[in-house]
Every structure is written in C-alpha cells, then in structure tokens.
Design a protein around this ligand. Structure first.
Ligand SMILES: Nc1ncnc2c1ncn2[C@@H]1O[C@H](COP(=O)(O)OP(=O)(O)OP(=O)(O)O)[C@@H](O)[C@H]1O
Ligand SMILES: [Mg+2]
Length: 320
C-alpha cells in the first residue's frame, strides 16, 4: 500500500455562533491516495467547505478545531506553523475556488500573475512566460500568448476558471483541491472543463479533491466518492460502487433526487424530504434518522460508525 497524499482522521470542527456551538464536522475520516480523484458530495451545509478550509487552514475566525488529525504527505498539518502552512499552500497543495476571482488579481495581467507564481524558479522571464502560455494552451485557451497580456476582467467566466486551474497546476502540486469549480458555469462549459481537468490530472499525476453537490459531475470525474451528511461522512467507496450500489439510505435518496446527469445539468440542489438537523442542537443517535424511512430502534440511541473495507457506510441498518 502506498502512503496517502492526504489522510484526515476523526476531524471535528465547530463554529461559535450567537445560538451556541455549531458542530460543523464530527469525526470525519477521509483519505486521498496519490494520483486519485476523490469527490466530496452532499447537500448544502453538510460541511464540504469547512473540511477544505480546515485542510488548507483558511478557517473563519469563529471556527475551532475540536479534535482529529490531518496528514499531508506524512506531515501533520494541524501542528505546522502558519509560515510553513503558507509555503505548503503555495506549492504542495493548490486550490481552485468556485469564483475564479478569488485566486486572480484584478489589477495584474494574466501573464504577470502566471510568472509571479513561478518566483522560486531561476528561469528567465521569457521562459516563464512561455511555460505559462503552454499551460494556458493545455487548459484549452486559444491564442495563449495574446491572453497573457490581458487582465482577468477581459476574460469570460469560463476562461477565468481555466486560467485559475492553470495557475493552480503551475506549481505542480501533489494535491489539487477544487471547491465547486464549475458550479457557476453553464452546463456545456462545465462538461468541457471537467473533461479537461480529468486529462490534466492524468498528465500531471496529482491527486485531486473535488467538491461538488452535483452528482453527475462527481460520477464523470471521480475515482472515489465521500458522501457527507450534516457534518459527518456517511458513505465512502469507489464512484462505481457508491453510484451503482449505494449502501447508506441518504446516498440512495441523494441519487433518487438527482436532477439528471451531466448532459442536463440543472444546478438545483437535490431535494430530499425533511430538513437537516440543527447542528447547534444535534439529535441523539443517527443524524439522518429523522429523514430515514428505514430506521430501527438503535438508530435513536447510538450514532453509527463508518464501517466496511473498501465500500463503507455509517448505518445500523446496513450493518445488520
Ligand atoms: N463562519 C461560520 N460561522 C457559523 N457557522 C458557519 C460558518 N461557516 C459555515 N457555517 C455553518 O457550518 C455548516 C457547514 O457549512 P459549509 O459551508 O462547510 O457547508 P457546505 O457543504 O460547503 O455547503 P454549500 O454546498 O452550501 O457550499 C453549515 O451549517 C453552515 O451554516
Ligand atoms: Mg461550500
């Protein structure tokens, strides 16, 4: 077994709010092996962004890590000094956000930004520009030499996101984290970018952690899936197994409510009857119980653990 690029163990994170402590993540386990694409899926508010922000340590000021560990290439991220963490965000781990302007500077040309990011390289400026142009070409941008002279606001949303992806790959990271990178784009562009991302991942060989509430995109892109519900991981496994033979009742409902595969993406969140539990006042037992049609006595008393070898589910009923 190779050692994982990213290993998250029993991670718990909460936010201090006016109503009390909101327990956004509870005992989250998740692993990304080298060269794999892992998708995190789940309804709005299930903790996807909190998980990512904890990994890259860009948490809101009212957040607190209550326990657990995060290892990146064998290094304990939670104990790294801020300086070391910043350096790691620069080259070991790259991010692509939903809004590409998060990572692009509006007052600098694309060329300037793409050469600045290579500051650790001793190459000449011309070489760096040539490298930037090659990367733009690989993310599917026509006439890259010309685009390098332009500012972000000259580009369309889809092009900006391609530039953001090119920037993220520039440092050849071991892990690329993308939080809903295609959610703001129209369906056709989304498909194009997803295909391109898959190709790039194969070429670069980096591991990818891909967040989306869009099942079609996850199915298209990812090798493995992590299904989250209300701050917990409820199912993990290969994309194939989770999609073809979902084990957790929540995953099954999520798939039933899927508005369609990638060809007819609608961007509406899946609608499952009932509401997410209040994360400030959590129910006893299983968090999904109030929306589950299959619950049994024990579900009201004891929270289920994630169990299984390759395909895992946190469910008392499945475990029987
Ligand atoms: N700074 C904050 N203070 C208080 N609560 C927060 C804060 N940030 C997030 N939350 C809460 O934590 C929970 C998880 O939010 P998070 O943004 O991680 O979910 P998400 O899965 O990324 O959702 P989405 O699909 O809408 O992006 C939600 O209940 C959210 O309201
Ligand atoms: Mg989010």
């Amino acid at each position: 077994m190779t050692s994982p690029v990213l290993d998250v163990r029993r991670l718990s994170v909460s936010y201090q709010t006016g109503r009390g402590t909101l327990r956004a993540l509870r005992n989250v386990n998740m692993t990304v092996q080298p060269g794999r694409i892992v998708g995190i899926v789940g309804e709005s508010g299930c903790g996807k962004s909190t998980l990512i922000s904890t990994i890259i340590r860009l948490l809101a000021p009212n957040a607190r890590i209550d326990g657990g560990s995060i290892e990146f290439m064998g290094r304990d991220l939670l104990s790294l000094e801020s300086e070391a963490m910043r350096a790691l965000r620069g080259d070991g781990i790259s991010m692509v956000f939903q809004d590409p302007m998060t990572s692009l500077n509006p007052v600098m040309t694309i060329g300037r930004q793409m050469t600045d990011i290579q500051h650790r390289d001793n190459r000449s400026r011309a070489d760096k520009l040539a490298r930037a142009a090659r990367l733009l070409e690989r993310v599917g941008i026509a006439d890259p030499a010309e685009q390098l002279k332009r500012y972000p606001h000259h580009l369309s949303g889809g092009m900006r996101q391609r530039v953001a992806i090119a920037m993220a790959l520039m440092t050849e990271p071991a892990l690329l984290i993308a939080d809903e990178p295609t959610t703001a784009l129209d369906a056709t562009l989304e498909v194009q970018i997803i295909h391109r991302l898959r190709q790039l991942q194969q070429d670069f060989g980096c591991a990818v952690l891909f967040i989306s509430h869009h099942l079609g995109v996850i199915a298209e892109l990812c090798d493995e899936v992590v299904v989250m519900y209300a701050g917990e991981v409820v199912e993990t496994g290969s994309t194939r197994e989770v999609f073809l033979a979902p084990r957790h009742p929540y995953t099954r409902k999520l798939l039933e409510c899927d508005p369609g595969r990638i060809e007819e993406s609608t961007r509406h969140l899946p609608v499952i009857a009932g509401k997410l539990p209040d994360l400030v006042d959590l129910p006893k037992g299983c968090v999904f119980r109030s929306r589950c049609d299959e619950s049994i006595d024990i579900c009201a008393r004891k929270p289920p653990e994630l169990e299984g070898d390759d395909h895992c589910a946190a469910c008392h009923v499945v475990g029987q």
